[in-house]
Design a protein around this ligand. Sequence first.
Ligand code: FE2
Ligand code: FE2
Length: 200
Amino acid sequence: MNIPLTKEILNFTESAKNEITISRFDHSLRVAELAYELSIIHNYEYPLDAYLAGILHDFTKQKTNNYHIDVFTKHQFEYQELPVNAFHAFSAYFVIQDRFNFTKRDVLNAIRSHTLGKENMGLLEKILYVSDFLGSEFALRSDEFTGWVENTKKNLYYGMYLKSSKTIQDLTEKQLPIHTNTISVYNFSVNKLVANHSIS
Ligand SMILES: [Fe+2]
Ligand SMILES: [Fe+2]
């Protein structure tokens, strides 16, 4: 896909590359491209911002828990209810603003909700949430990958259902608690799919 990358995006891509491992960076590139493509298909007005959200979403993924907690403490952010695997989404939201004076609200909000999702997500939040799943190693290795991507191109709610249901399944198997945001995304997307007669 030919994406007209701006100087700003290329600079952020270099910065992201310095923060994460190559395999995590490759994942971020896949997520960025998917987010760009899904933005065009699902009429998000700023597909290049969606690409940028993909590049930046895992910016702090490989930091320690203490690093995340320091960021939360500095910003007086209550993190106690968050699952540890979602820390990076919330710390990236703060770090990207602090480090780059970055102010694009849609991009920042999408980064913050990319792991857990939330109730009433905006369009870019939904797009990044599903792109993160479709751009995962897990999705890429699945025999169902092509169908998952095609169905999400047809209906974004399908991708939201897919990621939330796989997350719930995985957590249930590991006997781990399920965050209420994930359950909200699951209920919301299933209701939309049923209403659209996409599942019965
Ligand atoms: Fe992430
Ligand atoms: Fe990710």
